[in-house]
Design a protein around this ligand. Structure first.
Ligand code: CTP
Ligand code: MG
Length: 233
């Protein structure tokens, strides 16, 4: 049986967020944001190990105590200049443990609201899939293309369009090969597509948001609060 592992790219600077520290360390529900992300992955019974990929000059990780996350967590300071490079370096660090057929779940540090139900749905739906896939949601809003003056140049059809989220789950060997040739892609699925393969879209929901701007952090706080209340009922 293939095993499941997770890689969490966390070597970004959070430039769009514009805070003094990278967004993954901002306080969220009483903990650094990334704590919630890692806790969800470490708590998932199917995932055997979680590699968190930090920047070689990360000056924040050491300020916190991560022992509560348990023995599944591996910390590597090998982040690269792009997200794809950070993931590729993380895959490299995982090579002593991972076999080519094992599943790797790549999940953004900046998505702290991932639920156990979504992780289970992803693993279940892809268990027998020859390619792998990703959580995604069908585009719900009407899409406008802007001209140079921020006026509407056209309305774009949204039929068949999905927004890609993470985790993105592919076999270790294929993913490593795919990313080795594709430093410019913005997600793992893009690298797999470049090999001519078609990743499966597994329907997620909007609660698995990526914290990019300050308003997203407030929304993430509300989602996490709602979860805690649900658990204690
Ligand atoms: N990431 C990474 N290495 C990079 C760039 C990004 O590991 N060189 C990680 C981020 O830490 C984040 C995830 O990839 O968890 C998704 O990237 P994004 O949301 O774009 O985060 P940042 O690059 O930090 O933000 P920004 O683009 O606003 O600077
Ligand atoms: Mg970025």
């Amino acid at each position: 049986m293939p095993r499941h592992y997770a890689i969490v790219p966390a070597a970004g600077s959070g430039s769009r967020f514009g805070a003094e520290m990278p967004k993954q360390y901002l306080p969220l529900a009483g903990r650094p944001l990334i704590y919630h992300t890692l806790a969800a992955l470490c708590r998932c019974p199917r995932i055997d190990r979680v590699w968190v990929v930090l920047s070689p000059d990360d000056g924040w990780w050491g300020d916190y105590d991560w022992r509560e996350l348990g023995a599944k967590l591996e910390t590597v300071f090998c982040g690269g200049a792009t997200r794809a490079q950070s993931v590729a370096n993380g895959l490299n660090a995982a090579q002593t443990a991972a076999a080519d057929d094992d599943w790797m779940l790549v999940h953004d540090a900046a998505r702290p609201c991932i639920s156990q139900a979504m992780l289970a749905a992803l693993c279940d739906e892809l268990a027998d899939d020859p390619v792998g896939g990703l959580l995604a949601v069908p585009v719900a809003d009407t899409l406008k293309r802007a001209d140079g003056e921020q006026r509407v140049a056209a309305t774009e059809a949204r039929d068949g369009l999905w927004q890609a989220q993470t985790p993105q789950m592919f076999r270790y060997g294929v993913l490593r090969r795919a990313l080795a040739g594709q430093a410019g892609v913005t997600d793992e699925a893009g690298a797999i597509e470049a090999l001519g393969l078609k990743p499966k879209l597994v329907r997620g929901d909007a609660s698995n948001l990526k914290v990019t701007y300050p308003a997203d952090l407030r929304l993430a706080e509300l989602i996490l609060q709602g979860k805690t209340e649900g658990e204690s009922e």
